[in-house]
Ligand binder design. Sequence first.
Ligand code: ZN
Length: 359
Amino acid sequence: MTRLLPTSTAGSLPKPVWLAEPEKLWSPWKLEGEALAESKRDALSLSLAEQQRAGIDIVSDGEQTRQHFVTTFIEHLSGVDFEQRETVTIRNRYEASVPSVVGPVARERPVFVEDALYLRSQTDRPIKWALPGPLTMVDTLYDAHYRSREKLAWEFAAILNEEAKALEAAGVDIIQFDEPAFNVFFDEVNDWGIAALERAIEGLKCETAVHICYGYGIKANTEWKSTLGSEWRQYEEIFPKLRTSGVDLVSLECHNSHVPMDLIELIRGKKVMVGAIDVTTNRIETAEEVAATLREALQFVDPDKLYPCTNCGMAPLPREVAQGKLKALADGAEIVRRDLTGSEPSPVQRKAEETVGAS
Ligand code: ZN
């Protein structure tokens, strides 16, 4: 990737009203069978078109093919019983009804590979695909079989590695592992969480990312954030070890959060996906606000390692709000790109830039 400051989204984008109830997290599908499969592909095309229209450089499926970023992946594995649900406290802060691990877990068939091939066939831009990370998977289940979070994480890491290799073969450029649980369970992260993540990326030649955030804008998260004080220093606990890990990119929540930007020093050398869009408010950032966040990050990240991004997924936002935020992100990155290169693009260059990869 030669373009400076390539923009992307951390995760989900809103789904169309005919696929699932909008402005709601984890809303159930409105269709089933072949109609659902076809509708998910249509939603993916639409989401891709919206990303490209906004000027996003590294595009994704907008997570149109999954209901939940963890459980949709787990649904495809054997050893997990979705009927046998238990209420557990997840991320150490809210109760959720989750499926149970009842036997050895295994990936009987590819999970997202067909969807990734479909996305690949629709665009020439670099594509990023998100998978849940091993620690977060463990933290979203009740384990009645292994009875060890670490043991289960290693099993999931091996399964994720199989899926990641298949996604790489399908033409995915960046595979991202979502690990919101990294911000909560520091001891586990340092003891085996990062090691399990490295197992998940073993042998991959494509770029790999880990997304660590403070979660969607749901009530439980907002309340948790209000207890974290004026400086959120959670990243400080895990960055030193992450810096020495094999993962290429680290995706962080920055804009409107209380994360001190200088913590990025602790992952010096890594590429950093800087969250410059707040997903907990419907207010659309201005391009200048995005640019200000990126300029602040540039004090700690080299320009060729800075990837402007959203703080987290935008699934619960109204579609026009999400669209506006994507455009603000792309426009904000462009402002800083011009700072860096010191030149105004000519109208022809601008047009060429805008249409690159748009198919
Ligand atoms: Zn997130």
